[in-house]
Design a binder for this molecule. Structure first.
Ligand SMILES: Cc1cc2nc3c(=O)[nH]c(=O)nc-3n(C[C@H](O)[C@H](O)[C@H](O)COP(=O)(O)OP(=O)(O)OC[C@H]3O[C@@H](n4cnc5c(N)ncnc54)[C@H](O)[C@@H]3O)c2cc1C
Length: 432
């Protein structure tokens, strides 16, 4: 940040306010500050803090870290993995991440406690002004135009009321989307949602070159009628003697809402081999859970001075529940548009630049997410799920294609035949 070039007007506290310093907010703030803008980054908690997550990134997420300038080598504390181990339908497949021009050939695992602080400190070092313990309670709007002109918040241990003003605000406050809601932007219930729960265990499986996913999740709460659920369980080795184990279920099944996810996690783990150690006695901490807002479930992504980024804009991939990389990807696109907007005078020219954000999102993810929304409805049908695991899984070639599709790891420009199939399928699907 360079104060001398600040275009701040009288009464404004920053050129941009970013609400929430998770992956979306910290990434956006870094790009904005790097462009010389005066950025205020407001975060309700204090780093380091825990975030309930699987802690895993596919190469698509790692690309975002690399773009941001983060050193992702193992020497810098990142645990690399070389692919995905898929278990289900009586088979186990190890699928290496594809070798592509666009994405690195490795994924990473890192606890969010550490990961989020690293990104927030990067934003701070770049010049963003991070205010922790600052909970945003709502938007301040211009009475005449309805446009957001700032935010109100509660700051510090004493929760003192404060307010901050800026001409552009980024909502990066996660799935609660409190700021968007305060502007009347609701979620779209026709888009899929997920629910995921996770817990850490001490386990001999802590060192693993693959992220492991279990595709058959049975709800046996009614023993007379076990149900195959649309979702998957994961076991991610953390490399430090523990594993992150969890499961995620899609909203498209009948079981959604009526399932006890914590009990489901326990009953799945009770069925795993004793020697993996995934038993109560080895649990480190409690089971945590949260919702996964998918497939652009909150729009418009830009209106009246407010941009929705990351979970606040429903950026989670409906194919696999991955959200960190997409939060960062949307943050980068948002920052690019805001940088262009603030280099123009207030008015139609600036608005045109800001309207570029939803367009850029649609261009990069719209059709893929639309396809994902259809996919999630399909696998919400237990019969489809059963056929897919029984007949699809044993076919390695088919699974390689599925991996590329599910993890968004296809190269639209110079990929192989699979990449061309997926790119063609996304082109046939209108963007969301
Ligand atoms: C159990 C589970 C497992 C998951 N596993 C994975 C995984 O392995 N890989 C993956 O890629 N994704 C995973 N996800 C999804 C991923 O966690 C999210 O998509 C990602 O965190 C979204 O980033 P974000 O920055 O948009 O939101 P968040 O990470 O939620 O960050 C929002 C930030 O805003 C702050 N905030 C919230 N409200 C306010 C307010 N009112 N005022 C100020 N600050 C506020 C919060 O404290 C937080 O720091 C998982 C999710 C769950 C629930």
């Amino acid at each position: 940040m360079s104060a001398s070039i600040s275009r701040r007007k009288a009464g404004e506290d920053a050129e941009v306010i970013v609400v929430g310093a998770g992956p979306a907010g910290a990434t956006a703030a870094t790009y904005l500050a790097r462009a010389g803008l005066d950025v205020l980054l407001l975060e309700k908690s204090t780093f380091p803090r825990e975030k309930v997550c699987g802690d895993g990134l596919t190469p698509r997420g790692v690309k975002q870290l690399i773009d941001l300038g983060i050193d992702t080598r193992e020497e810098a504390g990142w645990l690399h993995n070389r692919g995905l181990r898929v278990v289900g339908g009586g088979v186990t497949l190890e699928l290496d991440w594809p070798d592509l021009a666009t994405f690195p050939p490795y994924g990473v695992v890192r606890p969010r406690q550490d990961f989020d602080e690293l990104l927030a400190r990067t934003a701070q070092r770049t010049g963003a002004r991070l205010l922790e313990q600052t909970t945003v309670t709502g938007a301040i709007t211009d009475e005449r135009t309805g446009r957001i002109v700032g935010v109100s918040a509660r700051a510090g241990a004493e929760k003192a009321p404060v307010s901050y003003r800026a001409p552009i605000v980024l909502a990066c406050d996660g799935v609660s989307a409190r700021l968007a809601l305060s502007m009347g932007i609701d979620k779209n219930d026709t888009r899929p949602m997920g629910v995921a729960v996770r817990r850490y265990y001490t386990s001999p499986r802590s060192k693993d070159d693959y992220l492991e996913s279990h595709l058959e999740l049975w709800d046996r709460s009614d023993p007379a009628e076990p149900k195959l659920l649309p979702g998957y369980g994961w076991i991610f080795g953390m490399g430090d003697g523990t594993v992150n184990v969890g499961l995620g279920i899609l909203s498209t099944s009948k079981a959604y809402g009526s399932t006890d996810y914590r009990a489901l996690l326990r009953s799945w783990l009770d069925g795993t081999p004793e020697e993996w150690g995934l038993r109560e006695a080895n649990a480190a901490g409690k089971i945590g859970g949260a919702a996964l807002p998918m497939g652009f479930n909150r729009t418009p992504h830009y209106s009246s001075g407010l941009l929705l980024v990351g979970d606040a804009g429903g950026m989670v991939n409906p194919f696999n529940g991955e959200g960190i990389g997409y939060a960062m990807e949307s943050a980068r696109l948002a920052a690019e548009c805001v940088i262009q907007a603030l280099a123009r005078p207030e008015g139609p020219a600036r608005e045109r630049a800001l309207a570029g954000y939803p367009l850029a999102l649609r261009q990069s993810l719209g059709s893929y997410y639309r396809l994902g929304n259809i996919f999630s409805r399909l696998i919400g049908n237990p019969a489809v799920m059963r056929v897919a695991t029984k007949y699809g899984l044993p076919r390695t070639t088919l699974m390689k294609l599925v991996l590329k599709l599910l993890a968004g790891l296809y190269d639209p420009r110079d990929g192989d035949a699979f990449d061309r199939v997926i790119t063609a399928a996304t082109r046939l699907t209108p963007s969301a």
